[in-house]
Write a new protein. Structure first.
Length: 172
């Protein structure tokens, strides 16, 4: 895989979020630390936002040299989810996403994806995500989430929550 996390020495200090938040065994395609097919994205909390930085190479393209639009949407969904985790300690269930592609994002160049909570209500939240390469905005995304409780999430999973997940759904 041609993915690498990158660091910008000029960026303000941020707090890394624990990649093992959901356990070492979880295999999320976006953030699973040990998923051999996944992106292994790492996230950081910086004030009122959560972001990830990554560089993808050949094999992650749509048109030649351009980052596949579906992967951009998947990364935005992942960032939006981690924004809720990092800022509110909650996991949301994506209910809708609106993606607006502004400019192409190129393979082999760092992409910074940043999420901020834009709306919150009883049991719902909306997160705005921007994907950039340098000063160029590649995509803007609005993701809406249902903030399920433990009982609803166990219904969705058709069984008990994994160990340690209850607090993300308002449980103990």
């Amino acid at each position: 895989m041609d993915l690498e996390s990158t660091d910008d020495a000029t960026a303000p200090a941020a707090t890394p979020l624990d990649p093992y938040t959901f356990g070492a065994e979880q295999t999320c395609f976006g953030c699973g630390p040990h998923n051999p097919h996944g992106l292994k994205l790492k996230f950081e909390l910086d004030g009122d936002s959560v972001r990830t930085r990554f560089t993808l190479g050949q094999g992650y393209d749509g048109p030649p040299g351009i980052l596949h639009g579906g992967l951009q949407a998947m990364v935005a969904d992942e960032v939006a989810g981690w924004t809720l985790v990092g800022l509110r300690g909650r996991i949301g269930l994506t209910t809708s996403m609106q993606v607006r592609y502004i400019q192409s994002l190129w393979l082999g160049k760092e992409v910074v994806a940043e999420g901020k909570i834009s709306r919150e209500g009883e049991g719902v939240a909306t997160v705005q995500v921007t994907l950039r390469q340098g000063d160029r905005v590649g995509a803007m995304v609005r993701a809406s989430f249902a903030l399920a409780d433990v009982a609803k999430m166990e219904e969705v999973l058709e069984g008990p929550l994994p160990d340690g997940w209850a607090p993300f759904f308002g449980g103990e």
